[in-house]
Structures are given as structure tokens and as C-alpha cells.
Ligand binder design. Structure first.
Ligand code: FES
Ligand SMILES: [Fe+2]
Length: 426
């Protein structure tokens, strides 16, 4: 459990909050590159860490991420004209480039130098791995983009998806590093259908033993399940600062990475990175990867400061995710179709910000406890002037997840024997 004060420290990421400052030390995924498909294409709305922003791709292909509100009289720049290396406000024609400089101010006399004194808030942005990344922190501390393996493989080897969800980012982060829920939430009732659900390589052990090892980039944790013939089934998850995870998936490629990013304190952008370092994704893998999110909201509008979905979701909290009680009795544990729907139903059902004072954590929650401790410590440290290390070494993010059945051993022995440099380095 966490006190109300600790919970607020963990969950609040708006400007000036300690956790918000920590997030602002990292390059962060802002949008899919394909959302700004071409130079001078229409701008898109973003809300990131409770800041309302607009992203546009200029004539040279560079991405600008700037304040949503025009510094003249605060009109919405989403309505702006994207033209000749700048976004022009349609109210009185002021125009801003990707650096936030006002490059034209036609509503003022030609001899005025007022435009040289006006700037709009602008954050550095860059395309990498089919994702537009943004850095929202102090200029003099600009770090490196994390060099994830999924971002460095050829485009044909990966699929990136993004969706939005109605809950605080940390609830979803905690779901990622919670291996034990896979034995329940995603399981099937009918034994003959079990292999279609989460099988854990045949292990029916629903009480995995967890071991967490802190690393420079976050931590690596192993969960050990008893398997057939006295062997152990290991699942090794990488948790990377500030809110990424590489989950083991099955025993073969492609595998998945996730990131949960705070849109604001009550909404998140979920990112899924499906990739295979060894071969291009097949047509089927690509189709299945896309189908999973077809019905999820990925676009939104802001109305009176509130975020509203503009997609038609088949399953949402409004319709109880179309839970089928008959299916729950006979087929699948939840009665809610789709793994991601099941995860989303659980994390949204906790409320927009879970009241962690009401929890009772067990041994299977060891990784969740470790992630909270780490983030809280780093946010407090930063308040004391102690800067995080991970943002400044992108190569720390060269790690992999592992799923494997082996004869024996504890976590240290497993890592030494079966992973490079002990932590799944690639
Ligand atoms: S409000 Fe944008 S130019 Fe006037
Ligand atoms: Fe899950």
C-alpha cells in the first residue's frame, strides 16, 4: 500500500510535479510517425504530461511540437495552416516554426520588431523507429533517445501501435510487471482449449516465485514456475525507466514491448512494439498485431479541458467491455474477449487513479513494489538535485526479455547461464 501522499507523488506528472519533472528528463514517444505522414500535412493534437500541444511536420520534414495555444490571444493552433516551414494561426496569421520562433506577424506594422520578442513553447522532436519522440525537459540537459532493439531493426521487422486508456499510467505499468495475473486474467476454463490461452510453456503453476534485480536502466525480474519433470519455467521481464517493459511473450520471436505514457493524470497512451530482430514480420503477424487494436481509441479531442474518445469502441467501461457471463462460466476466465481488453478492463476498473491505501500486496507483487520504490526515490532524488543516469546512455536500453524452461537453479544462476552479460544484453 501507499499513503495518499506517496500515491500522489507516484501518479501526478503535470508541470512542476516531482514525477512530472522526472519524466521530463527522458525522450518520450509522442505520436506515430505515420500520424504526420508528409511535409506540410495537417497538424495533430497531443496532450502529454497534462500539457496541451500540437504537432506538425514542416516543409523540410522536421517535426515541431508546440503549445496548443497561440501566444497572441490563445486560439487553438490545431486549426492552424501548415505552410512553408511553419504553422500559421488562422486567427490573426501569426506563424511559428518548429523551434517556436515567431517567423511572421502580419497583423502588426511591417516596421515592428514585436515578432522577434514572441516565442511559443516548443519541444525538440525527432523520428526514430516509426515513432515521433519528444523531449520536454531543460534544453541544457537534453539526453539520448533510448536505443531499443525494436526501434533499430528494419521497418519491416516491427509494428508499432498506440491507443489511449482511461486510467493513470502507473496502473498499466504495474499490469505489465505482474506476471501472476497471466495465470488467471488471460486463462481459459476449458482444459482442452488451454493451449490457446497463456500456457506458460505447459506450466500450470499459478504462484510464481519472483526475484527482482535493480539495473542502471530499471530492473530485470525473473518469475519461476514449476514445470513438468521437475524443471523450471522462467519468464524474465525487463522494466525500463521511466515506464517501459519488455515482456517475455512466448518462446520465439516476434516479441512485445510496451510503454505507458501519461497523457494526463487520468489517461494514458499505451504503446505496443511488436518486433522480430531475425526476420520481417509475416503478413499474418502484422494483421493480427493491427487487429488487436482496431477497436481501441487512438484519437481523441479535448473539450473544455477534458479528453474525449472519438472512436467507436466495441468494448469500453461504458458497456462493461461487453462481458459475456456465459463465456465466463464455460470458456474464458473473464468473459471478455481479447487479451488487451482484459488488461484494460482491470486497470480502468481501479478508477482513474487507484487508491493504493486500500491494497494488500503479496509476494507475487514484488516487481510492482520495486518499480514504485524506484520511481518514488528517483523523483525525490531529482528534487534534491540528483539527476537520473538512464536518460543519458541510450545503449542501456539494449536488453531483451527471456522465456525458457531449464532444469534447475535460482535467478542468478539462470541469468549467468542463459543471458548475455547477466541481464539479457543485446
Ligand atoms: S490568436 Fe493566434 S494570431 Fe491571434
Ligand atoms: Fe495482461
Amino acid at each position: 500500500m501507499l499513503s495518499a501522499e506517496e500515491n500522489a507523488l507516484l501518479c501526478q506528472t503535470g508541470p512542476g510535479t516531482p514525477m512530472g519533472e522526472l519524466f521530463r528528463r527522458f525522450w518520450l514517444p509522442a505520436a506515430l510517425s505515420e500520424e504526420l505522414p508528409a511535409p506540410d500535412c495537417p497538424p495533430i493534437r497531443l496532450r502529454m504530461l497534462s500539457e496541451d500541444l500540437v504537432a506538425f511536420r514542416d516543409t523540410n520534414g522536421n517535426v515541431g511540437i508546440i503549445d496548443s495555444f497561440c501566444p497572441h490571444r490563445r486560439a487553438g493552433l490545431f486549426f492552424g495552416r501548415n505552410e512553408e516551414c511553419g504553422l500559421r494561426c488562422v486567427y490573426h496569421g501569426w506563424k511559428f516554426d518548429v523551434n517556436g520562433d515567431c517567423v511572421d506577424m502580419p497583423s502588426e506594422p511591417a516596421e515592428s520588431n514585436f515578432k522577434d520578442k514572441v516565442k511559443i513553447k516548443a519541444y525538440p522532436a525527432q523520428d526514430f523507429g516509426d515513432v515521433i519522440w519528444v523531449y520536454m525537459g531543460p534544453q541544457e540537459l537534453k539526453p539520448e533517445i533510448p536505443q531499443f532493439e525494436w526501434a533499430r531493426v528494419p521497418e519491416s521487422h516491427r509494428l508499432v501501435n498506440r491507443w489511449i486508456q482511461k486510467n493513470n499510467y502507473m496502473q498499466a505499468v504495474e499490469g505489465e510487471i505482474d506476471t501472476s495475473h497471466g495465470s488467471y486474467l488471460h486463462s481459459r476454463i476449458d482444459p482442452s482449449q488451454r493451449e490457446k490461452g497463456f500456457t506458460f510453456n505447459g506450466s500450470q503453476d499459478g504462484a510464481p516465485l519472483l526475484t527482482v534485480r535493480d539495473t542502471d536502466y530499471g530492473f530485470v525480474y525473473g518469475s519461476r514456475r514449476n514445470a513438468k519433470n521437475g524443471e523450471y519455467y522462467w519468464r524474465v521481464t525487463q522494466w525500463l525507466l521511466p515506464s517501459y517493459s519488455l515482456i517475455p511473450g512466448g518462446d520465439s520471436w516476434p516479441k512485445l514491448g510496451h510503454m505507458y505514457f501519461p497523457i494526463d493524470d487520468e489517461h494514458l497512451a499505451g504503446w505496443e512494439f511488436l518486433y522480430n530482430p531475425e526476420a520481417p514480420l509475416t503478413e499474418k503477424q502484422r494483421e493480427e498485431g493491427l487487429a488487436k487494436f482496431e477497436l481501441f481509441p487512438s484519437t481523441f479531442k479535448l473539450s473544455d479541458g477534458a479528453l474525449i474518445d472519438i472512436s467507436n469502441m466495441e468494448r469500453s467501461s461504458d458497456n462493461d467491455y461487453n462481458i459475456d457471463r456465459e463465456m465466463q462460466r464455460n470458456e474464458i476466465f473473464t468473459g471478455i474477449a481479447g487479451t488487451r481488453n482484459q488488461d484494460r478492463a482491470m486497470t480502468e476498473s481501479m478508477g482513474p487513479i487507484s487508491d493504493r491505501a486500500g491494497e494488500h500486496l503479496g509476494t507475487s507483487d514484488a516487481a510492482i513494489i520495486a518499480a514504485r520504490r524506484r520511481l518514488l526515490k528517483m523523483a525525490r532524488d531529482l528534487q534534491e538535485g540528483i539527476e537520473p543516469v538512464a536518460p543519458y546512455d541510450g545503449s542501456l536500453y539494449h536488453v531483451r526479455q527471456i522465456a525458457m524452461t531449464v532444469p534447475e537453479g535460482d535467478f542468478d544462476e539462470f541469468l549467468t547461464a542463459y543471458s548475455d552479460e547477466g541481464v539479457g544484453k543485446v
